[in-house]
Design a protein around this ligand. Structure first.
Ligand SMILES: Nc1ncnc2c1ncn2[C@@H]1O[C@H](COP(=O)(O)OP(=O)(O)OP(=O)(O)O)[C@@H](O)[C@H]1O
Ligand SMILES: [Mg+2]
Length: 250
């Protein structure tokens, strides 16, 4: 397995308090990794640190064999735009633009494809995630699940190598959550590496591996193997996770 992301001794302080205390983590190409842990354990801080959204206090983050902690803002923006996708709990789409325009905007910005090709790709992504019918709508007038699908399409418009997500289903009901996770699993099967933060064991059950963070350090990890669309297998994975989480004191 090829290493995509190598995190060594990652530390982050806020106002003199150490929030990340020297995290070591390797993510392999094609993996889907879930980060779990109590509120305040540093999950979001870790995600922002490993994705270059935030500069760590110390430590190293190597992504695609490039040390990203030493890149300047322009180099980092460039890398983010072309190689990484981000999804958050809330979609933050621009309200003056249609759903479709929001999705294709980062594609135009990257400039790797013609506008026609970007539009084609945007349409294909909307088709795949089931939101073609709301392409022309204002983001304020679609459902939470549709909005999150749009955010995923936007994150995928430049065909990123890795997708980072912080509680991507945190604002959704259980049905929309499962639908969104079906999309994540599909994207992952098609080759995009995924690292996501979640509180939800059902969501984590979609990942190949779960890491558990306690006070800014990885306390343990659970390897599950690739997810299959099979209810019984999903239930068995969830059971395993609940037992493991209990063992973690979650
Ligand atoms: N920008 C910041 N300035 C100061 N303190 C911060 C900042 N961001 C995070 N923290 C602190 O770092 C700690 C970890 O925060 P973080 O957001 O990473 O936790 P989390 O595990 O994602 O929690 P949650 O599950 O609630 O989202 C918390 O104590 C938080 O208050
Ligand atoms: Mg968080």
């Amino acid at each position: 397995m090829k290493t995509l992301l190598e995190v060594t001794g990652l530390a982050k302080d806020f106002d003199g308090t150490q929030v990340l205390k020297g995290v070591h983590l390797t993510v392999y190409e094609g993996e889907m990794v879930a980060i779990m842990g109590r509120s305040g354990s540093g999950k979001s801080t870790l995600l922002y640190g490993i994705s270059g959204m935030d500069k760590p206090t110390s430590g190293s983050v190597s992504l695609f064999d490039r040390e990203i902690t030493s890149l300047d803002d322009d180099q980092m923006s460039e890398l983010r735009l072309r190689h990484m996708g981000f999804v958050f709990q809330h979609a933050y789409l621009l309200h003056k633009l249609s759903v479709m325009d929001n999705i294709v905007l980062p594609g135009f910005k990257a400039g790797a494809l013609s506008r026609d090709d970007v539009n084609q790709r945007g349409k294909a992504l909307m088709e795949k995630t089931g939101i073609s019918s709301v392409a022309a709508h204002d983001p304020g007038k679609v459902s939470g699940g549709q909005l999150q699908r749009a955010a995923i399409c936007r994150a995928l418009i430049n065909d990123p190598d890795i997708l980072f997500a912080d509680e991507p289903t945190g604002a959704l009901n259980s049905r929309a959550t499962q639908e969104i996770m079906d999309i994540f699993n599909r994207i992952n099967r098609e080759g995009t590496t995924v690292v996501l933060v979640t509180h939800d064991a059902k969501v984590a059950a979609r990942a190949d591996r779960i890491i558990f963070l306690v006070d800014g350090l990885i306390q343990d990890e659970l390897a599950l193997g690739k997810h299959e669309a099979d209810e019984q297998a999903q239930a068995a994975r969830e059971k395993k996770i609940f037992e493991w989480l209990e063992h973690q004191g979650f």
